[in-house]
Design a protein around this ligand. Structure first.
Ligand code: TRP
Length: 332
């Protein structure tokens, strides 16, 4: 028997998950569990780097864990970041191995910084936001993963983690940290329903998203009013709105319906009503099943205990790493 390789990834507790999040990350996490030893974190320390509300953070963290489990992530593979304080201890140590300049070059930091600077009433940029990629490096390196499945937007952060691992190994003449490899998976592009030129994102507003645990009637309404033709597409070219609807049907695995509708579309028929119906017949049962699963999880009185227990189990690995790291770096 070959030993399974390790996978580590993490997600911020951002509140409601939408179809784009699911198809972009979570679906892949679930699949990877078959062939890898997977560890997935809900990273609440990361969520503190932007303005937030304490009660909401705690609620969103538990909610994200429940959503992930409802989607098929095994609870024993999941941890809540703040239940493993070794992540922050390692962050300090790695902070002393990352350079000010390489952190300044991180594009996500620059983007988030300008987002904050646009906001006159709250333009306070924390040093937590600045060192966020080092916390991410700690999340990763602490479990010695071979692969880190992430979206393309995280490429630079993974690169930084590799550099830090490398520098650590060089500075202490060891091969202690494994240089993790990013695993960029083919992910379907899921666009906003109301403005299909843009990526589906909660920050655009509710009407742009199909949420993963949404009620049937609002789902149907949003699908019905999805933007299809925007008027400026040339003959024979599929408009972004139509393409998006097809892509949703296809990525949720309704291949036969996808093929039938595509054939009809290719024959030149105006069939947007039918296409939207196809989206509804694909999305609604899928979301209904997930919502029911999540309701069941919410009923489970022991759920909080279970995520605490799995975090405690995963913490043992982090503790072992810290004992070894403290030895290597010369702490007392
Ligand atoms: N920064 C990642 C994001 O915004 C989330 C994240 C935190 C992460 N720690 C990680 C992803 C470790 C992969 C591995 O999506």
């Amino acid at each position: 028997m070959t030993v399974k390789k390790n996978i580590l990834s993490a997600i911020q507790p951002t509140g409601q998950m939408h179809l784009g999040n699911y198809l972009g990350a979570v679906q892949n996490w679930v699949k990877l569990q078959e062939n890898y030893h997977c560890t997935y974190g809900v990273v609440d320390y990361h969520a503190m780097t932007m303005p937030y509300n304490a009660q909401e953070l705690r609620k969103n963290t538990l909610d994200m864990v429940m959503s992930l489990v409802a989607c098929g992530v095994k609870i024993e593979n999941l941890f809540v970041q703040s239940l493993i304080p070794e992540h922050t201890e390692l962050t300090w140590i790695l902070n002393c191995m990352a350079s000010y300049h390489e952190l300044t070059r991180q594009t996500q930091f620059k983007d988030k910084m300008s987002l904050l600077e646009e906001n006159i009433s709250n333009s306070f940029i924390t040093s937590g936001l600045f060192t966020y990629p080092v916390l991410q490096a700690a999340d990763i390196l602490i479990y010695h993963p071979h692969f880190v499945p992430v979206g393309k937007d995280q490429k630079q952060h993974i690169e930084l983690s590799r550099n830090i691992a490398n520098r650590f190994n060089y500075q202490f003449q060891t091969d202690y940290f494994r240089e993790p490899q990013a695993l960029f998976t083919e992910i379907p592009k899921v666009q906003s329903l109301a403005d299909p030129a843009k990526k589906m994102s909660k920050s655009l507003g509710e009407k742009h998203c199909l949420f993963l645990f949404e009620e049937e009637n609002t789902l149907r309404k949003k699908i019905k009013s999805a933007v299809t033709d925007v008027g400026d597409t040339s003959e024979g070219q599929i408009s972004p709105g139509v393409e998006n609807l097809f892509s949703i049907i296809n990525s949720l695995g309704n291949k036969d319906l996808y093929k039938d509708l595509m054939k009809e579309y290719a024959s030149g028929a105006k069939m947007y009503g039918k296409l939207k119906e196809g989206v509804a017949t694909t999305v609604v049962p899928f979301v209904n099943a997930l919502r029911e699963k999540k309701e069941e999880i919410k009923e489970d009185k022991d759920f909080t205990e279970k995520i605490r227990a799995s975090s405690a189990e995963i913490r043992k690995k982090a503790q072992k790493t810290l004992i070894e790291v403290r030895e290597i770096v010369g702490l007392f």
